[in-house]
Design a protein around this ligand. Structure first.
Ligand SMILES: C[S@@+](CC[C@H](N)C(=O)[O-])C[C@H]1O[C@@H](n2cnc3c(N)ncnc32)[C@H](O)[C@@H]1O
Length: 169
């Protein structure tokens, strides 16, 4: 699949809710910069690929809640177990969930509403470390997004947190 890195994003953004701001402030500077650069709005549905132990997903859930939703996926069962163990309340209220799957195998149930934003930070399928799965992974992400939905990965440029991947029409 053809997809092009375009705009870079590095500026903090997001609603001013104090709990959400506090959740972002607990992140590492690297993850805080990435989350802050996402074009999030309350009510957004966000897919995080390669969520690891879920720190960014939890912060994003605070930024899009209470009407939004975050799905974090990771191919590592251990990572997903840790993410679930650390996210009890957000999962209980339906703001956040996790699934163990490689992104290249990601197929959402038919009744899953599409996502507004997807993000993958330091995930080999997108950053060049695993070129053999990149096209399939991009197809899966595109299929999970609504028309006009946006996909971001970490930027190779120092001081720039994210770059947008734009799918060719
Ligand atoms: C370097 S860690 C980054 C974790 C987190 N995004 C961060 O930036 O702190 C990469 C994570 O992506 C997951 N991962 C790598 N390849 C993946 C794939 N093809 N599908 C889903 N998860 C993947 C790994 O299991 C790991 O948890």
């Amino acid at each position: 699949m053809s997809a092009t890195p375009t705009r870079s994003c590095g500026t903090a953004a997001g609603p001013g809710d104090s709990d959400a701001v506090e959740a972002v402030s607990r992140l590492s500077p690297r993850l805080a910069a990435a989350v802050g650069a996402l074009p999030l709005r309350p009510g957004h549905r966000v897919l995080e690929i390669g969520c690891g132990s879920g720190a960014a997903a939890r912060a994003v859930a605070g930024l899009v809640g209470p009407d939004g939703h975050v799905l974090g996926v990771d191919r590592s069962e251990r990572a997903v177990s840790r993410a679930i163990a650390s996210s009890g309340e957000l999962i209980r209220v339906g703001l956040l969930r996790f699934a163990c799957t490689p992104v290249e195998d990601l197929v959402l149930p038919d009744d899953t509403p599409p996502f507004d934003v997807a993000v993958a930070i330091r995930v080999g399928a997108f950053d060049g470390r695993h070129p053999e799965v990149r096209d399939t992974a991009l197809h899966r992400v595109r299929a999970a997004l609504r028309p006009g939905g946006r996909f971001y990965i970490d930027s190779p440029s120092p001081g720039i947190a994210l770059q947008e991947i734009v799918f060719d029409t």
